[in-house]
Design a protein around this ligand. Structure first.
Ligand code: GDG
Length: 474
């Protein structure tokens, strides 16, 4: 059967697991993308192409929970060069303000090109006549152009989940032009924020030389490419319902009791990633105790660091640094049964995440740079009683919408200390005024609205229409 909608993402929405009877099976992976795209897939009988994780070769397409999934294989060398290398060692730090130093290796690039080509070929094979293909994220930026060369009849959308850097940083990339041209294969290129979309359009004008006007790029072949912001969100109603379920309510009370019922619980939940600002945040918090603003009897900081990209050198170094910092803080400031920081290096089921959000008085989200940050939105969705404070980095995309958070510059330790203290001391009236406003935003702009608006805009584009070019260069 021809597929009307094809999603192309680095990962499939399921992870390979071993079932209780010892046979291999699949489990739905956590995270917003699956929730966001599932309704689109179902409504259109879509198919999802992605890597299954691991080095299994030649896995057959299969159905999971009514979704058609097509696993792509990846060799050990491709995992090293395409995934850990070019995606996570070059693009990830480059696109996050050079928080870490990107590495440029030609063999990583070659692998990026060949994996992108394989994904594009698979999409070309599976897409029906005139179908819509939606390519996801930084690992697959060459797919739109490769796919267009193979299949001129398709409507192609691309969405970048992470920031798109300003020209001053992007132009370090030896393959900058190829990446820009890769993205220009799409009809619509979506970003988390308008700044990212503008960075892209400006770079296209400067580096590729195409004419542009506002959010449009005019290609010499008559095609028009639109670059615009579609801030991603979460399944707000789903999180709300989960947070109010009796088992999650009970679990959140147990968490508070297990932590010794302190006056205030601070919480951080992040993938263990150097962009997330975990180190500086914990230092700021520990200094508040050292300075005597409160005590380990009054408050505790629960930091969940979800294991991530453990094969990449910079992530191993980061883990060691955080381990050492937490040990030092707890050694210096903790008492028996009362650590300053309750540190968990693990991942958790969604229910446990919701219980933690419910248990925490102050959520601390301080990335140096983040496309959106869904954790901040999930916390807000789970605060069904309009209680709780959010301390949020100005440099997370979420800060554009969650204006009533205590906004901080994550590089400014003293500024973070002040914000943490203000949130700690804020009265109920103040926190509830802020939380109410943020909750309205998150419940209104949910992930379904995000997917719908992207798909609606993509649907309006006529793939073959010759557009009128502007008289003047924009
Ligand atoms: C990228 C961009 C952008 C995390 N640990 C567990 C778990 N999670 C879930 C969270 C949340 C998601 O994963 C993480 O999303 P974030 O937005 O916080 O961060 P990234 O992973 O860096 O995501 C980011 C996002 O893409 C979407 O476009 O917002 O800027 O960097 O949903 O809840 N879920 C469960 N257990 C865990 O241990 N169940």
């Amino acid at each position: 059967m021809p597929n009307n909608v094809v999603i192309v993402a680095n990962r499939l929405p399921v992870d390979r697991v071993t079932l209780p009877d010892g046979t291999p099976g699949w489990r739905r992976s956590p995270g917003g993308l699956v929730t966001a795209l599932e309704p689109v897939m179902r409504a259109n009988d879509g198919v999802w192409i992605g890597w299954a994780g691991g080095t299994d070769q030649d896995l057959e397409p299969f159905e999971d929970d009514d979704m058609s999934l097509v696993p792509m294989s990846m060799s050990a060398m491709e995992i090293e060069r395409f995934y850990e290398g070019f995606s996570n060692g070059t693009l990830w730090p480059l696109y996050h303000d050079l928080v870490a130093k990107p590495e440029f290796h030609r063999e990583w690039w070659d692998s990026y090109v060949s994996v992108n080509r394989r994904f594009a070929e698979k999409a070309a094979e599976l897409a029906g006549e005139g179908a819509t293909v939606w390519v996801q994220d930084y690992q697959l930026q060459l797919v739109p152009q490769m796919l267009r060369e193979l299949r001129g009849d398709l409507r192609i959308g691309f969405y970048l989940h992470i920031p798109f850097p300003p020209a001053e940083l992007f132009q370090q990339l030896p393959w900058r032009r190829q990446i820009l041209e890769g993205l220009l294969g799409a009809d619509l290129v979506g970003f988390q924020g308008s700044g990212a979309a503008q960075n892209f359009v400006r770079l296209v004008r400067q580096r590729v030389g195409h004419k542009t006007h506002k959010d449009l790029v005019y290609l010499p072949d008559g095609r028009t490419v639109r670059a615009a912001a579609y801030p991603i969100s979460i399944d707000s109603a789903g999180f709300e319902e989960l947070a109010e379920s009796p088992s999650v309510v009970r679990r959140s009370e147990t968490i508070r009791a297990d932590l010794g019922n302190p006056r205030k619980i601070f919480l951080g939940i992040d993938r263990l990633d150097y962009t997330k600002g975990i180190y500086a945040r914990l230092r700021a918090y520990s200094e508040l105790i050292q300075d005597g603003h409160f005590d380990v009897e009054d408050a505790v900081f629960v930091q969940v660091a979800v294991p991530s990209r453990e094969q990449v050198e910079q992530y191993r170094i980061l883990r060691d640094e955080i381990d050492r910092l937490v040990c030092r803080i707890n050694g210096d400031l903790g008492r028996i049964g009362r650590p300053a920081i309750s540190y968990l290096h693990s991942s958790y089921p969604r229910e446990e995440m919701a219980a933690m959000y419910r248990a925490a008085d102050i959520m601390v989200v301080t990335p140096y740079r983040d496309g959106m940050n869904l954790v901040a939105k999930e916390y807000v969705a789970c605060r069904t009683e309009n209680t709780g404070a959010l301390v949020l980095s100005e440099f997370a995309g979420a800060a554009d919408e969650l204006r009533q958070a205590w906004l901080v510059n994550p590089y400014d330790i003293n500024g973070m200390k002040s914000a943490l203290l203000e949130a700690y001391r804020a009265d109920d009236k103040e926190t509830s005024r802020r939380m109410r406003a943020m909750r309205r935003t998150v419940s209104h702009n949910d992930v379904a609205a995000w997917a719908d608006s992207f798909m609606a805009d993509l649907g309006e584009i006529q793939p073959h229409a010759k557009s009128v070019r502007p008289a003047r260069r924009g």
